[in-house]
Design a protein around this ligand. Structure first.
Ligand SMILES: Cc1cc2nc3c(=O)[nH]c(=O)nc-3n(C[C@H](O)[C@H](O)[C@H](O)COP(=O)(O)OP(=O)(O)OC[C@H]3O[C@@H](n4cnc5c(N)ncnc54)[C@H](O)[C@@H]3O)c2cc1C
Length: 451
């Protein structure tokens, strides 16, 4: 019951007939909708849920793609499967079971330390620009279709205004669709103009800090990808200023390059592509730049947003927080599920989100602080030939051991793929067995020469 504009606690409980708008149908928006509809059905609440998504994921190139490396850890694949979201084989481009780590001096192949640590690579849209067909389906479209099957109305349109002036938020779109809702869920990723709409509608909300990254897709054809990359992701630990991490990820007939760091620019990309480590991954004499079919410099979340919720408003996924440099889809799953559970079981006021949703964001934020420490250590290793040799020697010696005894390989695998929380990775590096072998290998690596 409402008294004028004053809303009572009961007004903030969703009930049959309530209307929910999810702005953005990327992973966060889809995960929220899926869990929300599932929980509402369990409580026998019939809610109207609209997902308004600006892109059509059936398109090729940037217009149908949410720019990303497309790595999904096996732990997330299994988690989603347990939730009833089973990734079909048509969505998975490649099952990755090993990686090749390249340093300035040598490279080493590391098999998955444990069987359950394999990863999957996907395309977020239908494929790179100019590709007529890649024979696979878009990951984001698969999730969105799943929500439609559960009863969501998927509307392809762009939200241009959100108005919180009255007791109920009102959403307006480019195609002049206008509607009042009981809850608005912002899952717009890091798109600047959409974040500006949210900040001006809800002036407490401060969008996350970001930095520029780089992605491109090289076309080689399936045979050459299989021959030169197999089922391995190639990871580069090279001492290039502003570069934290570079990876080449095989995906069917394409190989995706991802460069993460601080404000990645064209000069850095060119120097990375010209390095002998990268050139050596491709067929001899291959025109690497010429085979790049699609490229972009998307932004990535490096600091959590502030006040990502209010009465009848919650921001999730990248618009709220993410996992530093890795597993953003897994982080989107965490924030989306926490918001959906809060909205269905608790309510949609600022107080409800503060008590039940905010802890999930804080926990990701804390883990990212540990992640920054992990990347500082990685940076120190990248800058020291001796430490790099120590790591490589350690990894080589471990390959004959049982999976659970390959401490360094597991730490690197989880750091590169985002398969485990940074806190867990960091704690493992403090174990005496890890430190003993690492220090021993540094001390003895003075003698290690060449490849
Ligand atoms: C270079 C790079 C590599 C990455 N690699 C990986 C990886 O390998 N694995 C991984 O897990 N994560 C990776 N990530 C992170 C991952 O891409 C994100 O964390 C994830 O996509 C977040 O999902 P989201 O739904 O919050 O946002 P998004 O995926 O960005 O989805 C937001 C959606 O909202 C829509 N939208 C925006 N504004 C509007 C509007 N006004 N109206 C309607 N719709 C709107 C957009 O069209 C989009 O579909 C990477 C990121 C970068 C930058």
């Amino acid at each position: 019951m409402s008294f004028g504009n004053i809303q009572t606690a009961e007004d903030f409980q969703l009930k049959s007939g309530s209307k929910v708008c999810v702005i953005g149908g990327g992973p966060a928006g889809s995960f929220f909708s899926f869990f929300f509809l599932q929980l509402a059905e369990r409580l026998d609440i019939e809610v109207e849920l609209d997902i308004i998504e600006a892109k059509d994921f059936r398109n090729f190139g940037p217009v149908g793609c949410n720019n990303c490396g497309g790595i999904i850890s096996e732990s997330l694949v299994q988690l989603l499967s347990a939730e009833g979201i089973k990734l079909p084989s048509g969505v998975i481009r490649k099952g990755i079971d090993s990686y090749v780590m390249h340093t300035d001096e040598r490279n080493v192949k590391i098999e998955t330390p444990l069987q359950e640590k394999r990863i999957a690579s996907v395309f977020r849209g239908s494929g790179p620009k100019d590709a007529e067909t890649t024979g696979y389906d878009s990951f984001d479209k698969f999730l969105l279709d799943l929500c439609a099957e559960k009863g969501a109305n998927v509307i392809i349109d762009r939200v241009e205004d959100v108005n919180f002036e009255n007791s109920l938020p009102k959403v307006k779109t480019k195609k002049n669709f206008e509607k009042e809702y009981d809850l608005v869920v912002a899952a717009v990723g890091l798109e600047n103009r959409s974040l500006r709409v949210l900040s001006s509608a809800n002036n407490l909300y401060k969008s996350p800090e970001t930095t520029k990254t780089y992605i491109t897709e090289f076309y080689l054809g399936t045979d050459l990808v299989t021959k030169h990359f197999g089922n391995s992701m190639h990871v580069f630990l090279m001492d290039i200023k502003n570069l934290e991490f570079g990876a080449l990820i095989p995906k069917g007939s394409y190989v995706t390059l991802v460069l993460l760091g601080t404000e990645i620019d064209k000069k850095l990309v060119e120097s990375f592509l010209a390095s002998e480590q990268v050139v050596g991954c491709f067929p001899e004499g291959w025109d690497i730049a010429g085979s790049s079919k699609c490229q972009c410099y998307p932004r990535i979340n490096i600091k959590t947003a502030k006040y990502m919720f209010g009465d009848r408003f919650v921001a999730i996924g990248d618009s709220a927080t993410s996992k530093l440099y890795k597993n953003g889809i897994g982080a989107a799953y965490i924030t989306a599920k926490a918001a959906a559970t809060t909205a269905v079981f608790n309510g949609v006021s600022a107080g409800h989100f503060s008590k039940n949703f905010l802890p999930a964001c804080k926990s990701l934020h804390f883990d990212n602080s540990v992640g920054k420490l992990v990347f500082l250590v990685t940076k120190a290793i990248k800058g020291s030939a001796l430490l790099k040799r120590g790591v490589v020697k350690n990894v080589i010696k471990e390959q004959d051991k049982a999976g659970n005894k390959r401490h360094m390989s597991t730490v690197l695998w989880d750091t590169f793929t985002g398969s485990a929380p940074y806190k867990e990775i960091f704690m493992r590096t403090l174990k005496p067995a890890f430190l003993f072998h690492f220090i021993l290998n540094i001390l003895t690596s003075f003698k290690l020469n060449g490849k």
